[in-house]
Ligand binder design. Structure first.
Ligand SMILES: [Fe+2]
Length: 183
């Protein structure tokens, strides 16, 4: 079912993204909504955050740096990692006010604390939406109600992916990983 409440935002998103990434965003929104439903979270907030999570992903680096000035070495060396924080700024400019939705958009790149359900739902949906063709087990796990277990595995896989390619891991992601190891 399509949420008519988001039609204006969808149009704005479509202007900013390639067809492929727009389609990815819709799939993330839908999966995030289902994960939210399965875990007692607000499905419409999850849909909105999922829809807008990559709002800033296709901006030129100069724009990313302007909207989200880098705060550490990883961000300076890899400005694309700023697209979460820059996306939050753009979403606010589009009138999105819900702090959870904004925090989920910001956190989808580097991770969120393991007590932030909506953020975890969006993070997992981004990695496990059906168009990716992998991580389907994470979607199933989250949809069966094991949000934290799915999230822990999602963060581990993302870090492993980065490490295999020699891409530096963001300090915030290291922090999240350490918290997940404690839980
Ligand atoms: Fe993203």
């Amino acid at each position: 079912m399509k949420s008519t409440a988001f039609t204006g935002l969808e149009a704005e998103l479509k202007k900013r993204l390639s067809e492929e990434r727009f389609a990815h965003s819709l799939r993330v929104a839908e999966l995030a909504r289902e994960i939210a439903r399965a875990n007692g979270l607000d499905p419409e907030k999850a849909y909105l955050a999922g829809l807008l999570h990559d709002l800033a992903k296709e901006l030129p680096e100069s724009e990313l740096l302007r909207l989200a000035p880098p705060m550490n070495e990883v961000e300076r060396a890899h400005p694309l990692v700023l697209h979460g924080r820059a996306g939050r700024v753009l979403a606010e400019a589009l009138g999105v006010r819900d702090p959870e939705v904004l925090a989920a958009i910001e956190g989808h790149v580097v991770g969120v604390d393991p007590d932030f359900g909506l953020g975890m739902a969006v993070y997992i949906a981004d990695l496990a939406e059906p168009g990716r063709g992998y991580n389907q087990d994470l979607a199933e796990r989250a949809l069966s109600g094991d949000l934290l277990g799915a999230y822990r595995e999602a963060v581990r896989r993302k870090v492993a992916y980065l490490e295999e390619r020699g891409i530096p891991v963001h300090p915030r992601t290291r922090e999240v990983l350490a918290r997940l190891a404690e839980d």
